[in-house]
Design a protein around this ligand. Structure first.
Ligand code: GLN
Ligand code: ZN
Length: 757
C-alpha cells in the first residue's frame, strides 16, 4: 500500500445523498430508491479513487447519516426504546438519528456531539444491557459491492477504543464491563473479513490522540490484544488522526498490527515520536501528510523533506491523508466562478488524490526537483499569494489591553439593562433563525441567478420579517429576532459581506446527517466595508415595541467554520475578523438596536484536543477576540452570545470571561451536567440552556419543557434563567416551530405563575 485514503466524502458532489435522504424523510422516495442512490454514490467514489491510482481505497466510509451510528447498529447497540417502535430497520436507524414521532410512538434522537475538533457531528451510541455482537452486514456488503466492480477496498471501521470511549453507557455498564464483549464482536468482524479474503482492514482510532491515562491505555491494549488474534490473513491498519499519539506510541508500535496511520498535519509530535522511539520494521508507517481538513495545495518540497526525514529512521513508508477527506469538498473542477489565480491554490478531495499520487511518485525519485509537477507546485509557494492590507494590519498592531475590556462591570450593566428592558422573569427568546422554507430559499436563489432584482429580493425579505415579528408577538416571545431569511448560512453570509473571503459554488462539506455547509475561504486580510445587518434589524425593530436582537456571528466561529489561511497565524486572522465584526456591532448600536447577539456557535470546536494546548494555542486569543468585538458598546446595550453545545464545563471560567450579558446554549440533547459546573463556578452571565432540541422535527410538550426548566432551576438562580430553544430554527418546518414555541412560552408563563404565587 503506497497511497491510502482514510475516508472519502459521501454526500455526493451535488449533494445527491442529502436530497435523496430528505425526500425519503418526506415520504417522497421509496426505500429501494434511497438504497440505490447510496450504491451509485459509492460506486462513483470508488471509481474516482481507482482511476487516480490510489492503493488503499476505503469502503464502509459511506453512511446514510453517520458512521458512529452505523457502528452502533452494526454492534447491536440499539436502545430498547427504538426497538419498541417496531418499524423497519432503516426507519429505526433514522429514528436513532433524528427522533421519531408518529403512529409507532414518540422517541427522542440519540445525543449528537462534535467529532473531535471538527464541525462534523456524530451520534453518541448508547450501550446498555443488550449484548454487543454483530447484528448487521453493512461493512461486508459494501466490501463485496466494491469487489463486484472489480475494486478491492480496505474496509474502514471506527475502532473499538474510540467507539467505546465516545459511547454513553447505561444500565450499570462500565467501559471495563463491556470491553470483553466488544472485543469479541470486533474479533468476529475481523474473522468475517478473513473469510472474505480482504487484504486490509482499517480501524480508526482518533480517540488515541487525546490525553490518555493509564486506565485508557490498559483498556485500549485489552481490546486490541483480545481482538487481534482473530485477524487471520487480514492486515490491520490502525489509523489515527487529528493529532499525535504521544501517550501510547510505544504500545501501538508493539501491537500485532500491520500498519499505523499517523497524522503529520495536526500531530505536532508525530515526527519526533518516530525519531525518538523508532518505528517497528515489521509495520508500514502510513504518513498522513495530505491535509484532510483544509483546502490548500500541499507544498511538495516540504512534504518530501518530511518524508525523507522519516525514511532516515528506517521506517517503511506509505503516503496517506491526514484524516478522512469527509471534511473537505469534492472537487475544485466544479468551481466555475473563481479566478484561476486563486483556484490553483486549492485542493479538494479529488485533487488530493492526485497529490497522493504525485507525492508517491516524487518520493520514489533520487531527486524530485527537476520534475515539472514539483516545480509547478513549488512556484505556488514562492511569491506572496496576495497583497497585504496595511490599514488592517496597523489596526491589529495598535490594539491595547483596554480594547479587550468592557466597562463597567457585569453587575453594574445587569442592573442598567434590567431597568432598560423590563423583561419578565424567565424571558423567552429564540436563537435567531426561523424556518428557511422552500420559498425563502428560492427567493435567494432567484436573486443570485439575477432572475429578480435587488429591490424585489429585499422586499420579499421585508415581508418575511414582518410575518416573523407578528408571529413572535402572537406566540408571546419577549425578545424577538428578525428571522435571518437573508442568510444562507451564519458564516457564509458574513464572509460574503466582509472583504477578504472567497466563496465557492459547490464546495459543500457534511456537518451532520443531511446538513451540509459551504465554508468560505479566508483568502487575504479581512476588513469591514459597510453595514451588513443594520437595515433588516432596524426594519424589524420598527415593527414592534419589544426588543429585537441584532444577530451577528462572532470572529472565532467565522474563523472556525471557514477554511483558514495557512500563511498567517489563526490568532492574526481572528483579530482581523473581530475588528470587522466590532464595527458591525457599533453600527447596530448606533441605529438603536439595544440587544445584540454575537454567536460563537463553534467556539469550543477548535479547542485543542489536549488540555496542555488549550491556553497557549487557542483560548489565549479566542476569548480576547470575542471580547474585542463587544468591548466598545454602552453599558445598557445587552450582549448575548450563543454556543451550539453544552460541553464546556472544563472551560466554564473562560466562557464566563467572554463577558457577555446572556449566553444561550444547547443542552436538551445532552445531559445537563453543565448546570453543576455553572453553579460551582458561580457563573455570572445570565443563561438560557436550550429547553428543547431543534435538530429533530419532534414537538416537545409543555410539561416536558416545564420539567426541563425545573431541573435547571435546581442549579440556576431564577433571575438568571432565560427560556429558549437550543439553536436556530432554520432547519425546521413552520408547523413544528410554531407548535414548539407555543409550548415553550406556555411553560415560561406557567413557571412565572408558580414563582409569583
Ligand atoms: N443565530 C443562528 C441561527 O439561529 C445561530 C445558529 C447556530 O448556532 N448554529 O441560525
Ligand atoms: Zn446553535
Amino acid at each position: 500500500m503506497k497511497t491510502s485514503v482514510a475516508g472519502y466524502p459521501r454526500i455526493g458532489s451535488s449533494r445527491e445523498l442529502k436530497v435523496a435522504v430528505e425526500q425519503y424523510f418526506r415520504g417522497k422516495m421509496a426505500p429501494e430508491a434511497l438504497l440505490e442512490t447510496g450504491s451509485r454514490l459509492r460506486r462513483t467514489h470508488w471509481q474516482k479513487q481507482m482511476e487516480a491510482g490510489i492503493d488503499g481505497i476505503p469502503s464502509n466510509d459511506f453512511s446514510f447519516y453517520d458512521q458512529m451510528l452505523d457502528t452502533a447498529v452494526l454492534l447491536n447497540a440499539v436502545p430498547q426504546r427504538y426497538r419498541d417502535l417496531g418499524i423497519s430497520s432503516l426507519d429505526t436507524y433514522f429514528a436513532m438519528a433524528r427522533g421519531y414521532q408518529g403512529p409507532a410512538g414518540d422517541v427522542k434522537a440519540l445525543a449528537m456531539k462534535k467529532w473531535f475538533n471538527t464541525n462534523y457531528h456524530y451520534l453518541v451510541p448508547e450501550i446498555d444491557s443488550a449484548p454487543l455482537q454483530i447484528s448487521g452486514s453493512k461493512p461486508f456488503d459494501e466490501f463485496l459491492e466494491a469487489r463486484s466492480y472489480g475494486i478491492e477496498t480496505k474496509p474502514v471501521l471506527i475502532g473499538p477504543f474510540t467507539f467505546l470511549t465516545l459511547s454513553s453507557l447505561a444500565g450499570g455498564c462500565t467501559r471495563e464491563s463491556v470491553a470483553g464483549e466488544l472485543a469479541r464482536a470486533y474479533a468476529a468482524i475481523l474473522a468475517c473479513f478473513h473469510e472474505l479474503d480482504a487484504a486490509w482492514v482499517q480501524l480508526d482510532e482518533p480517540a488515541l490522540v487525546r490525553d490518555l491515562d493509564r486506565q485508557d491505555i490498559d483498556l485500549f491494549l485489552r481490546l486490541y490484544e483480545s481482538m487481534l488474534p482473530s485477524k487471520g490473513r487480514v492486515k490491520v491498519l490502525l489509523q489515527t488522526y487529528f493529532g499525535d499519539i504521544r501517550d501510547c506510541y510505544e504500545q501501538v508500535a508493539g501491537l500485532d498490527i500491520d500498519a499505523v496511520g499517523l497524522d503529520f498535519v495536526e500531530g505536532k509530535q508525530s515526527l519526533s515520536l518516530v525519531k525518538e522511539y523508532g518505528f517497528p520494521k515489521d509495520k508500514l508507517l502510513l504518513a498522513g501528510v495530505v491535509n484532510g481538513k483544509n483546502i490548500w495545495r500541499n507544498h511538495y518540497s516540504r512534504t518530501l523533506a518530511l518524508l525523507a526525514d522519516l525514511k532516515k529512521t528506517g521506517a517503511r513508508i506509505g503516503i496517506g491523508t491526514s484524516c478522512s477527506l469527509l471534511h473537505v469538498p469534492y472537487t475544485v473542477a466544479q468551481e466555475t466562478k473563481l479566478p484561476e489565480y486563486a483556484l490553483k491554490h486549492f485542493s479538494f478531495a479529488e485533487e488530493k488524490l492526485q497529490e497522493l499520487r504525485d507525492l508517491s511518485f516524487l518520493f520514489s525519485l533520487e531527486n524530485a526537483e527537476p520534475e515539472k509537477i514539483y516545480q509547478v507546485n513549488d512556484a505556488l509557494f514562492q511569491s506572496d499569494r496576495i497583497g497585504k492590507n496595511a490599514a488592517v494590519q496597523a489596526e491589529v498592531f495598535a490594539l491595547k489591553p483596554d480594547d479587550f475590556t468592557r466597562f463597567p462591570s457585569f453587575e453594574e450593566r445587569e442592573k442598567l439593562q434590567k431597568t432598560r428592558f423590563r423583561l419578565p422573569l424567565f424571558p423567552t427568546t429564540t436563537i435567531g433563525s426561523f424556518p428557511q422554507t422552500a420559498e425563502v430559499r428560492s427567493n435567494r436563489a432567484a436573486f443570485r441567478k439575477n432572475l429578480i432584482c435587488g429591490e424585489q429580493y429585499r422586499q420579499f425579505n421585508f415581508d418575511r420579517i414582518k410575518e416573523c415579528i407578528s408571529l413572535q408577538e402572537k406566540i408571546g416571545l419577549d425578545v424577538l429576532v428578525h428571522g435571518e431569511f437573508e442568510r444562507n448560512d451564519m458564516v457564509e453570509y458574513f464572509g460574503e459581506h466582509l472583504q477578504g473571503f472567497l466563496f465557492t459554488e459547490k464546495a459543500w462539506v457534511q456537518s451532520y446527517g443531511t446538513r451540509c455547509v459551504k465554508p468560505p475561504i479566508v483568502w487575504e486580510d479581512v476588513s469591514w466595508m459597510r453595514p451588513i445587518t443594520v437595515e433588516y434589524a432596524v426594519y424589524a425593530q420598527s415593527l414592534t415595541n419589544k426588543p429585537v436582537k441584532g444577530m451577528l456571528t462572532g470572529p472565532v466561529t467565522i474563523l472556525n467554520w471557514s477554511f483558514p489561511r495557512e500563511d498567517v497565524s489563526l490568532e492574526e486572522q481572528a483579530l482581523q475578523i473581530a475588528l470587522a465584526v466590532r464595527k458591525e456591532v457599533l453600527a447596530l448600536e448606533e441605529h438603536g438596536i439595544g440587544i445584540i447577539q454575537i454567536d460563537e456557535a463553534a467556539l469550543k470546536e477548535k479547542l485543542p484536543l489536549r488540555r496542555s494546548d488549550w491556553h497557549g494555542e487557542y483560548l489565549d486569543w479566542a476569548i480576547p477576540s470575542f471580547r474585542l468585538v463587544h468591548s466598545g458598546v454602552r453599558p445598557e446595550t445587552q450582549i448575548h452570545t450563543h454556543m451550539c453545545y453544552s460541553e464546556f464545563a472544563a472551560i466554564i471560567r473562560e466562557i464566563d470571561s467572554m463577558d457577555a450579558d446572556v449566553i444561550t446554549f444547547e443542552a436538551s440533547r445532552s445531559n445537563l451536567d453543565i448546570l453543576d459546573a455553572l453553579k460551582e463556578c458561580g457563573f455570572k452571565t445570565e443563561i438560557g440552556p436550550g429547553v428543547y432540541d431543534i435538530h429533530s422535527p419532534r414537538i416537545p410538550g409543555e410539561t416536558e419543557i416545564m420539567e426541563n426548566l425545573h431541573r435547571m432551576l435546581r442549579k440556576i438562580l431564577p433571575e438568571k434563567l432565560w427560556v429558549n430553544p437550543d439553536c436556530g430554527l432554520k432547519t425546521r418546518g413552520n408547523e413544528e416551530t410554531i407548535g414548539s414555541l407555543k409550548n415553550m412560552t406556555a411553560a415560561a408563563r406557567a413557571l412565572r405563575t408558580e414563582f409569583q404565587s
